[in-house]
Design a protein around this ligand. Structure first.
Ligand SMILES: [Zn+2]
Length: 254
């Protein structure tokens, strides 16, 4: 049985998010760390962010093309080659059965050990940020596709062979239970974010990213350092609610 803890590295993972740049803001440190350790990662983006601009000369089609290019570049920086765009319209994402079925098909094709997604229940962050409706819809669809749909043999048999995802790493959550140490990859996370020039321009986001990762690390429970008996916390962390779906009674996939 895998431990799904802060040191766990899956063999394969799928990150399912709403917009280009969501993965980079939330989980890129973990993705880059896992990819470096040999994990095969696939990104699935519901939208190509085709309304994310205030430029009066920009069109939806051109923006989508720019943002897909930026996301592919960000993925490459994280060590990820597979990026799937479902090309739904930005700001109009709703949890539908048709989209859940598309996700089930992708999960059954790529067979990830772990799925990463946003917490669909998180609505308010502090006093200033109301979570985007697309983020909540994307998180809901990812969780519903993982469990129970992808593993049910009699559901959508035309959508591929059933697959059991071992664990879900839920990000942007108010109820974290696992903190992944991203000290080795926080620089990669910042570099991946910089690829989103249409959104961020030349703004230096590193103080914000260091600030968030430090705050998360402070919330992590201290772990015993090897033999010396002193408690140790990561310096920089990404926080997750990890849901362990692989239980003792489930035989692991051969
Ligand atoms: Zn977003």
């Amino acid at each position: 049985m895998p431990k799904f803890d802060a040191d766990y590295v899956p063999r394969s993972a799928m990150a399912i998010y709403a917009h280009p740049d969501d993965i980079e803001f939330t989980v890129a440190g973990t993705v880059a760390k896992w990819a470096r350790a040999g994990c095969e990662v696939t990104f699935v983006l519901f939208t190509s962010g085709n309304v994310g601009t205030h430029d009066p000369k920009m069109t939806r089609d051109r923006l989508a093309r720019v943002r897909e290019r930026e996301e592919r570049e960000a993925a490459r920086i994280q060590g990820v080659r597979n990026v799937v765009f479902l090309r739904k319209d930005d700001c109009e994402l709703a949890a539908t059965l048709a989209l859940r079925k598309s996700l089930v098909r992708l999960i059954r094709r790529h067979r990830p050990e772990v799925v990463l997604c946003n917490d669909p229940q998180a609505l308010f962050f502090g006093d200033e940020y109301v979570n985007h409706p697309d983020h909540r819809a994307a998180g809901q669809m990812a969780l519903d596709a993982v469990f129970p749909c992808a593993e049910m043999r009699l559901l959508w048999p035309d959508g591929g062979r059933p697959h059991k995802v071992h664990a879900v790493y839920v990000s942007s959550t108010h109820s974290p239970n696992t903190w992944v140490d991203i000290a080795e990859t926080i620089g990669t996370k910042i570099a991946a974010l910089r690829a989103h020039r249409s959104q961020l321009g030349d703004r230096d986001l590193s103080p914000r990213i260091y600030g968030w990762a430090t705050a998360e690390a402070r919330r992590a429970p201290a772990r015993k350092a090897g033999g010396r008996g002193r408690d140790r916390r990561p310096r920089f962390a990404e926080a997750f609610r990890v849901m362990r779906l692989l239980r003792e009674e489930t035989p692991p996939e051969s």
